[in-house]
Write a protein that binds this ligand. Sequence first.
Ligand code: NAD
Ligand code: ZN
Length: 345
Amino acid sequence: MRAVVFEKFQSAPVVTEVDRPVPGPGEVLLKVAGSGACHSDVSIYADFTADNPAGIRPPFVLGHEVSGWVEELGEGVAGVEVGSAHLVYGPIGCGRCRACSRGQDTYCENVASMDYLATGIGRDGGMAEYVTVPVRNLVPLGDADPVAAAPLSDAALTPYHAIKLALPHLAGGGRFALVIGLGGLGQIAVQILTALTGATVIATDMKPEAMERAAAAGAVTVPGGEGQVEAIREITGGQGVDAAFDFVGAGPTIRTAQASMARQGRLTVVGIAGGTAEWSFFANPYEATLTNTYWGTVEELHEVVAMYRAGQIRPDVERFSLDDALEAYRRLEEGTLTGRAVVVP
Ligand code: NAD
Ligand code: ZN
């Protein structure tokens, strides 16, 4: 079958022929419907080296944002209908530690002894015609369009997890949220904030068209550059934002978020650009929290699917064939996509 393979660090992946996988015990074989291209893939193949903090080693098939139809059941799997449509919950932990027992494979306590982190991160992923996944990682889509739903697995789940943890800061009248970086994750973050909170959502990106799309989803937009923090603070009546979400994670974006925060606010860095911030008694508003989040739980993916089916999350998708997958990554790198790139084999 055709697949997009990450073969070595600091070089582009290749589209090549690989063996069709066989589902092991407790796994299913999925015929891939769609596989989203995430900026994390770019970091993995373009920036990571052999001593990366995640312990990722090539080669493997990319694609950690996957949907598909059940094609074949592995040994011991029952109760899943062949032909039914599912999303893949990407992270795969040991399945028996405390984190995994609450559906949070992202924070598996035994990660050091695992060969991979997730479908498409260390283990073969969904940028291929077929993929195998453990049956406990399937989240049913019912009759929802699986191609349009593929971005839910990461571009929606990751902001959903970050936002859900920040909800106590956004409950009540007169609250403000800030979203920095309006790409695959950031656009959906605006939709989730609008659906789950009554907060005013302030959004920013370097690209005017990305801000236009966020404005159409209900955000107030503020361009970058000189005076940005003052403009954000002015919208909040001077108090600052109660929750900030940085989907870039570069030094300047973290500093913008930090300077825009209210007292007792919460800043979540989701983007992995690797920027740093000064964190000291006098550098921050009183009782402000700085945190980071990684992906989400399988239970939250069920909740994300419910929001999608209710029309509250509407991923903007640009479809690419498997042979055009490298073009999808090129456009993601150069920042010229208008929606999440989904590879449709
Ligand atoms: P994307 O390329 O689709 O979107 C990034 C957006 O940020 C683009 O619209 C770009 O114009 C904007 N941007 C870049 N630099 C900016 C700046 N200095 N100021 C304002 N806007 C800026 O990327 P994505 O797939 O949405 O991923 C976003 C980030 O989240 C990446 O760093 C990715 O690796 C990371 N990520 C983290 C997790 C996690 O679990 N923590 C999961 C998925 C992705
Ligand atoms: Zn575990």
